[in-house]
Design a protein around this ligand. Structure first.
Ligand SMILES: Nc1ncnc2c1ncn2[C@@H]1O[C@H](COP(=O)(O)OP(=O)(O)OP(=O)(O)O)[C@@H](O)[C@H]1O
Length: 249
């Protein structure tokens, strides 16, 4: 599923006012979350948590409910029951990026800063210098990797405490994916940004994250440190094409 453009950053989606957000900056807490679309249940009592400064993966096949979880965190989707909270400011890079194709790269970035009132993208250009070169280009004419980089930069303009990235690798060449993943790791390690990486590419996710949750048909079916999950024969068969010694991005 493709979510609407919401990477401007949001306060906690369900419950948890500003005071709580300030106390628990950079966390994700999902408890007993149930989301339904009509008579179909997309999330069925999902519970997961991400601590401040962690980088955690959410894996699962098509239709497992991964985007629904991201959209519930960012407040686009309302749960039937349970809670989905983030401590601090959340930025969500939705599946499909959702840029404004007719606007320039710079205008897309500036729009990302509306919530934090940041209008100057220079810190994003420092981090992602390629965006400075592309600043006057229309977002719609960029390559997939360049567009994903703009989506990244736009999310960073909101000065998030928590970043939810929905399908970083979607439609991108492995080298481009590795480059973007390296930026994500640097943001996590050097700036303490909390990251929930939603991915179908388990090799990539296991290579950069500490822990992971596996979602199938709306339920968490496995969770734990990536090394343990990679050694789990069922997970390895389903997501890695067979058992492997060591997951690499
Ligand atoms: N707006 C909607 N209305 C009705 N059903 C929906 C809606 N959005 C998602 N669904 C359904 O909810 C289930 C979970 O979808 P979701 O997009 O969250 O899965 P996903 O794990 O992100 O899948 P993918 O990896 O293919 O993007 C699917 O069965 C999907 O068809």
């Amino acid at each position: 599923m493709t979510g609407p453009p919401t990477d401007g950053g949001t306060e906690p989606a369900q419950g948890g006012g500003p005071a709580e957000a300030a106390r628990s900056g950079g966390t994700i807490e999902v408890a007993g979350l149930v989301v339904t679309y009509g008579s179909a249940t997309a999330l069925d009592h999902v519970t997961l948590s991400v601590r401040a400064g962690e980088m955690v993966a959410l894996l699962g096949p098509n239709g497992a409910g991964k985007s629904t979880l991201a959209n519930t965190l960012s407040g686009i989707v309302t749960p039937a029951s349970g809670t989905a909270r983030t401590g601090g400011r959340l930025a969500h890079i939705p599946e499909g990026r959702q840029l404004f194709p007719d606007l320039s790269v710079e205008d897309n970035l500036v729009l990302g800063g509306w919530r934090s009132r940041a209008r100057d993208p220079s810190s994003v250009y420092d981090l992602l210098p390629r965006l400075a070169e592309l600043r006057r280009r229309r977002a719609g004419v960029l390559s997939g990797g360049e567009q994903q980089m703009v989506a990244f930069g736009r999310a960073l303009m909101s000065r998030p405490d928590v970043l939810v990235v929905d399908e970083l690798s979607l439609g991108l060449a492995p080298m481009v994916t590795r480059d973007l993943a390296a930026h994500l790791v640097a943001l996590n390690r050097e700036r303490g940004l909390t990251v929930l990486l939603i991915e179908q590419n388990a090799r990539l996710a296991f290579g950069v994250c500490e822990r992971a949750y596996v979602l199938e048909a709306g339920r968490v079916v496995a969770e734990g440190p990536c090394a343990e999950l990679a050694a789990n024969p069922q997970v390895a068969r389903a997501y890695l094409g067979g058992p492997i010694e060591e997951a690499t991005p």
